[in-house]
Design a protein around this ligand. Structure first.
Ligand SMILES: *[C@@H]1O[C@H](CO)[C@@H](O)[C@H](O)[C@H]1NC(C)=O
Ligand SMILES: *[C@@H]1O[C@H](CO)[C@@H](O)[C@H](O)[C@H]1NC(C)=O
Length: 358
C-alpha cells in the first residue's frame, strides 16, 4: 500500500507534465491549422487600403495637360548651320568684322535708298531730322536717280550730317553697299517711306547694341512656309503667331560686316547679288539668308512705343503684280545658292514699354 501510494505520488508530477505537453501540442496544431487555412485572414496588402481623396469644394477644375513643347520645326531651324564650306566662307565675314572694329559702336548711320520721289524722301528726312536722336551720327541717301544730280548735303540743326551718295547704276544691291565712308558699325537700312518715331529709333538702336549686334534687328518681321511640293513660300506672319524668320531691310539695323560680306567676291553672295539684279527684287531676303548663314542665328523684331509708319505709296516695288511670285521664287533660288535653308526662326520680340509687373 505504501509502495502503491508511493508509486502514485511519484508518478503524479509526470502525469501533469504529460498533460501540459499534450495541451501545448494541441494548441500549436490548432494555430497552424487556422493560419494555413486562412481562417484568420491574410495580412492586409498596402494597396488594399483605400483613403478617399481630400477634395475641397472649390477644387473641381481638372488639372490642365502639360504645356506643349516648342514645335519641332522651331527646334530644327536652330540647328541649320551648314558644313565645312560654309565654315570657310564664314571666315571671310569674321575678317571683315575685325576690319571694322575701329568704327564707332555707340553711334549709328541711317542709309536710305531713293528713286524719283523727292517729296516722300523729304518727308521722311524731316521726321528724322527735326528731333534730337542722340546716337544718330549720319544719314546717307543712296541716290539711284542716275540722270539727275542729287541735292547737296547739309548738317541738320541737331548736328546730323546728311550726305547723298550717287549710285553707279540703279541696283537694289546699292542699299547694302559697305560704304567705305561709314563711320559706325551699325547701319539702319531704311526705306524712304518707312520710319520709327524718333524716340523709338534710339530705343531700337540701344536694343541692337545689347541684343542684336549680329542679327537683323528691326520692325518688319516676315514668315515663310513650304507648300505641298516642298517649295518655299514667302508671306506676312499670320495674326497671332509668335514666330518669324526674316526681318526686312526696309527698316532694320545691319552690322557693317554683313554689308561687306554681301558685296564680297565669295561665291554665295555674288550669285545672290546677280539674282537680285535679275529679279529687281529680294535684296532684303538675300541679306536675311546671309546673316543667318554666317551666324546660325535668327533676326530680332523690335517694336517701339508707337507703331512704325509705312506709307507704302502706290508705285513701290511691292505693289507690282508679280511681286509675290518673285518673292516665293527668291526664297527657293537662295536656298539653292546657299545649299541649305539657313533661315532660323525667332519666337521672341522686344517691345518698348511692356509692363513687367501685374
Ligand atoms: C527736298 O529737300 C531738298 C533739300 O534738302 C530740296 O532741294 C528739294 O527741293 C526738296 N524737294 C521737295 C519735293 O520738297
Ligand atoms: C557643303 O554643302 C554645299 C551645299 O550643299 C555642297 O555644295 C558642298 O559640297 C558641301 N561641302 C562639303 C565639304 O560637304
Amino acid at each position: 500500500m505504501q509502495q502503491h501510494a508511493g508509486d502514485f505520488l511519484r508518478t503524479l508530477p509526470q502525469r501533469k507534465l504529460v498533460t501540459i505537453c499534450y495541451s501545448f501540442a494541441i494548441l500549436a496544431a490548432l494555430l497552424l491549422w487556422t493560419h494555413s487555412s486562412g481562417y484568420l485572414g491574410a495580412p492586409a496588402e498596402p494597396e488594399a487600403i483605400k483613403v478617399p481623396p481630400v477634395v475641397s469644394p472649390s477644387d473641381t477644375t481638372p488639372i490642365p495637360p502639360p504645356a506643349p513643347l516648342l514645335p519641332s520645326w522651331y527646334i530644327a531651324s536652330l540647328a541649320s548651320c551648314g558644313n565645312e564650306t560654309h565654315a570657310e566662307t564664314r571666315k571671310v565675314w569674321l575678317e571683315a568684322d575685325a576690319r571694322y572694329a575701329h568704327l564707332a559702336d555707340d553711334k549709328f548711320t541711317i542709309a536710305i535708298p531713293t528713286y524719283k520721289r523727292p517729296d516722300v524722301l523729304n518727308g521722311t528726312l524731316a521726321k528724322l531730322l527735326n528731333y534730337k536722336i542722340p546716337s544718330l551720327h549720319e544719314i546717307v541717301v543712296i541716290w539711284n536717280e542716275l540722270d539727275k544730280a542729287p541735292p547737296s548735303g547739309f548738317v541738320s540743326k541737331h548736328g546730323v550730317a546728311v550726305r547723298y551718295r550717287t549710285s553707279e547704276r540703279n541696283s537694289l544691291n546699292n542699299r547694302l553697299f559697305p560704304d567705305p565712308e561709314y563711320q559706325t558699325q551699325a547701319v539702319l537700312t531704311h526705306d524712304d517711306d518707312v520710319w520709327y518715331e524718333h524716340d523709338d529709333v534710339e530705343f531700337v538702336f540701344q536694343t541692337w547694341r545689347q541684343l542684336g549686334r549680329y542679327r537683323l534687328t528691326g520692325a518688319l518681321p516676315r514668315c515663310y512656309s513650304r507648300n505641298g511640293k516642298g517649295m518655299l513660300q514667302y508671306h506676312q506672319c499670320r495674326d497671332g503667331s509668335d514666330w518669324y524668320a526674316l526681318i526686312l531691310t526696309g527698316l532694320s539695323f545691319v552690322h557693317v560686316s554683313f554689308l561687306d560680306y554681301y558685296w564680297s567676291d565669295e561665291a554665295i553672295p555674288t550669285r545672290m547679288r546677280q539674282h537680285v539684279d535679275e529679279a529687281f527684287n529680294c535684296e532684303d531676303l538675300a541679306m536675311n539668308y546671309v546673316a543667318s548663314m554666317l551666324t546660325c542665328a535668327g533676326p530680332l523684331n523690335v517694336i517701339g512705343k508707337h507703331p512704325y509708319t509705312n506709307l507704302d505709296p502706290k508705285g513701290g516695288i511691292s505693289k507690282k503684280g508679280n511681286h509675290r511670285t518673285l518673292r516665293h521664287n527668291c526664297l527657293n533660288v537662295f536656298e539653292h545658292i546657299v545649299g541649305f535653308l539657313p533661315l532660323v526662326h525667332s519666337m521672341g520680340s522686344i517691345k518698348r514699354g511692356t509692363p513687367h509687373f501685374n
